[in-house]
Structures are given as structure tokens and as C-alpha cells.
Ligand binder design. Sequence first.
Ligand SMILES: [Zn+2]
Length: 113
Amino acid sequence: MHEVAIAQSILDLVNERAAGGAFTRVHAVRVAIGALSSVEPDALSFGFDAVTSGTVAQGAKLIIDRTPGRGFCMTCVTEIDVPARGVECPGCHGHQWLVVSGEELKVKDLEVD
Ligand SMILES: [Zn+2]
């Protein structure tokens, strides 16, 4: 389950910021996950709860914002909205499209004390 590895890297980032003594307690972590990333939000929340146990982020809420996916259809030569990987182009019903955006996974902000 690679969500645990992702949760761990989110925690690493939180720890990095906490190391400066800027805060001692994290209430919430907001992350943005692209619709085309292969991250399962429920699994990520579960993994986050597991890895943060006993850390500065213990009990912190993981807030997940899904960002939409965009693709570029080679057949239609235009940008399209794509809700997930493997879907067909709404214009030509083909699969010849490339990812433009929607694969990102980033920490947006932290709610801390
Ligand atoms: Zn198309």
C-alpha cells in the first residue's frame, strides 16, 4: 500500500517544519491530490493516522482537496477534462490523450499551535 509511504513523506515534511520550533502541535494538514494520481484518499487518511501516532501530528486531521484532471487529446488536438485515468475523450471517445495536470500531490498548509 503506497499510501503509507505517501503519508510518511507528508509527516516528514511536517516534522521538518516543526524542527525549527515554530509549533508543537498540528491540528490539521491540508493536502491537494490530483484526480489522476493513483492515491486512494481513504487509504491515505488511514495511513496518515497510523504514521502520525506518537508524533507532533498525532490526532491531526488530514484534509484532502481533490484537484481536477486535465488532458490533451491528440486526436481532437484540444484540452479535455478527465475525471480519472483510462477514461475516453468526451469528443472522439478515444484514449489518445496525455496528462496535462491532475497528478500532483502536495501539502497546502498546516493548522498548528
Ligand atoms: Zn478526442
